[in-house]
Design a protein around this ligand. Structure first.
Ligand code: URA
Length: 433
């Protein structure tokens, strides 16, 4: 078998066999296939697509490229959730404790921020002392003891995806449905949960810009998950504007804590409750979706979800006093208010741009080795459909880098469209599959 022939076949739109896909994944992961050949192959996939069979073969080859976790030492049906990535998406911090507090074990591997999107592991590291690098034994024992653990992906969990993703990131080959589906599902299958709930984002801050594309990606991933014997479902949620009001690590942690006290924004709570309900349903803890939603809202209202969050922070070595007194978190030195330049209704937001503004303020990484500023980010003061008068606050920018504020403000203002006609509020949950 030759990589040249595989590239050539894909370029001609032919379907590759399972053996050919195994050969490509193994060869690239082990270093026999160079970056330039893999890049050419990935671009051919973007231009010609992959069949369902090829996508499944790619997923399984990447999942099996490293450890396949066996969660059998953890009792009960284990649930996991995964978001395709968004701006201000702190749902894991809310959903994990809700579901665990209702008796369903959540054993979750999470990632760091990627491009304009944030990552749960970075957010959790806002707590002084919080450890995200857990050994497999510590991970299992924590889930058995308190029902919830969130750990950084180990190096050997789907290493093929790690290597391929790094190449996609720099060769404009991220936004292909088969590549996204296989990337996400390879990690989810390797992470071992019995129940997988996917949060597929749609809109200007997501990889999938339309609801239709997001639903197609969701269907593809659900089919892969169920085909591999895991109970898998997907929820398509709106990413046409940042989720909730905060973007950036400490700001998002504080918003998640407020949400667990029952003070969450409507969009954030709708998405979180829907995801939690699907996890409860998949694990057999709720009889139907409606009951799952009521249970999730109940766990927030009676404080059990927040109690579980505190247990979880403490179990991973974090200073729980910050959860109890979030005003202790450090603040950025600069808080700059961005004001509306005209009267009108907020019509739309270029959410990816807003994520990039936050990244530029210090909340994300410019390169994979950049250090993030946990205090940096953005607090939105208005959402789509809101009326603002000229001079009203649209957002507050938080940073320790005075030099970048003017450019950040300009970029933020051009990412928010204000018009004269009233527009409706956006729907939060677009589909449940
Ligand atoms: N998240 C992933 O893990 N992989 C993708 O390809 C896109 C989002």
């Amino acid at each position: 078998m030759r990589m040249y022939d595989c590239i050539s076949a894909k370029k001609a739109g032919k379907e590759l066999s399972g053996e050919e896909i195994d050969y490509i994944v193994k060869g690239f992961t082990e270093g026999g296939i160079p970056d330039y050949q893999m890049s050419a192959f990935l671009m051919a996939v973007c231009l010609k697509g992959m069949t369902e069979q090829e996508t499944l073969a790619l997923t399984m080859a990447m999942a099996k490229s490293g450890d396949m976790l066996d969660l059998a030492p953890i009792s009960g049906k284990k649930a996991d959730k995964h978001s395709t990535g968004g701006v201000g998406d702190k749902t894991t911090l809310i959903v994990g404790p809700i579901v665990a507090s209702l008796g369903v074990p959540v054993a979750k591997m999470s990632g760091r921020g990627l491009g304009h999107t944030g990552g749960t592991i970075d957010k959790l590291e806002s707590f002084p002392g919080f450890k995200t690098g857990l050994s497999t034994e510590a991970f299992f024992s924590q889930v058995n003891q308190i029902g919830l653990a969130v750990a950084a992906q180990t190096a050997n969990l789907a290493p093929a995806d790690k290597k391929i993703y790094a190449l996609r990131d720099v060769t404009a080959t991220v936004d292909n449905m088969s590549l996204i589906a296989s990337s996400i599902m390879s990690k989810k299958l390797a992470a071992g949960a019995d129940v997988i709930v996917l949060d597929v984002k749609a809109g200007s801050g997501a990889f999938m810009k339309t609801k239709e594309d997001a639903a197609a990606l969701a269907k593809m991933m659900v089919k892969i998950g169920n085909g591999a014997g895991r109970s898998t479902c997907a929820v398509v949620t709106d990413m046409g504007q940042p989720l909730g009001y905060s973007i950036g690590n400490i700001l998002e942690v504080k918003e998640a804590i407020a949400a667990l006290h029952g003070e969450g924004a409507e969009d954030l709570m709708d998405a979180s409750v829907t995801l939690a309900a699907q996890m409860l349903l998949g694990a057999g803890r709720a009889a139907d979706f409606k009951e799952g939603c009521a249970m999730a809202r109940g766990a927030v209202a009676d404080g059990t979800a927040f109690g579980k969050f505190c247990e979880f922070v403490a179990a991973q070595g974090g200073d729980v006093s910050f959860a109890l007194h979030p005003e202790q978190f450090p603040c950025a030195a600069i808080e700059h208010v961005v004001r509306a330049e005209r009267d009108g209704y907020i019509h739309s937001m270029q959410t990816e741009e807003i994520g990039l503004v936050s990244l530029g303020l210090g909340a994300g990484r410019e390169t994979k080795d950049s250090k993030i500023d946990l205090t940096a980010g953005i607090r939105m003061e208005a959402k789509i459909g809101d009326y603002v008068a000229k001079g009203d606050a649209l957002a507050v920018l938080y940073t320790n880098d005075a030099a970048g504020v003017a450019a950040a403000e300009k970029r933020f203002l051009s990412a928010v469209a204000i018009g004269q006609d009233a527009v409706g509020k956006r729907e939060h949950v677009l589909a449940v599959l």
